[in-house]
Design a protein around this ligand. Structure first.
Ligand code: CA2
Length: 151
């Protein structure tokens, strides 16, 4: 049986992880995050499609393409969390479980990071647990899919 596919989508500037602001985001790179996700997904019997883009439109297109292709979406929308009604609309429309991940605790940071439009479309939100938040999101997604499959 082919493992269920989970899209792990990353927004703008996350390609810079590990190069600056280690006090906020830690020292792991986005490649390290991908390796963590791949290893966690394999242990859970899931497949992942891990991607990063700096473009809002591209992120929205990827969300739309998940319909009929992926079983769930894990997304760190980065700066678009706080600005993008279009991304929120796309996530609502795709009708899949969505888990929003933030490496930092956005609620302990500047006021403008406290509102996430994406949270309004998310099944659940993980923030402030570093890159382990991605692994936790995959575990939560596996549970959600198992519940979906229950009679
Ligand atoms: O904590 C998170 O994961 C964020 O989504 C990261 C975003 C930020 O805008 C959100 O408020 C919270 C920023 C991603 C950019 O990350 C960088 C990492 C290293 C160097 C430069 C940017």
């Amino acid at each position: 049986m082919t493992p269920p596919l989970i899209a792990v989508l990353n927004g703008p500037n996350l390609n810079m992880l590990g190069t600056r602001q280690p006090e906020v985001y830690g020292s792991a790179t986005l490649d390290d995050v991908e390796a963590l996700c791949a290893e966690t997904a394999e242990a859970l019997g899931l497949a992942i499609d891990f991607r990063q883009t700096n473009g809002e439109g591209e992120l929205i297109t990827w969300v739309q393409e998940c319909r009929g292709r992926a079983m769930g979406i894990i997304i760190n929308p980065a700066g678009y969390s706080h600005t993008s009604i279009a991304l929120m609309d796309a996530l609502k429309a795709v009708d899949l479980p969505v888990i929003e991940v933030h490496i930092s605790n956005i609620h302990r940071r500047e006021e403008f990071r406290h509102l996430s439009y994406v949270s309004k479309a998310a099944t659940g939100v993980i923030a402030g647990l570093g890159i382990q938040g991605y692994a936790l999101a995959l575990r939560a997604m596996a549970e959600l899919l198992a519940e979906e499959g229950e009679p």
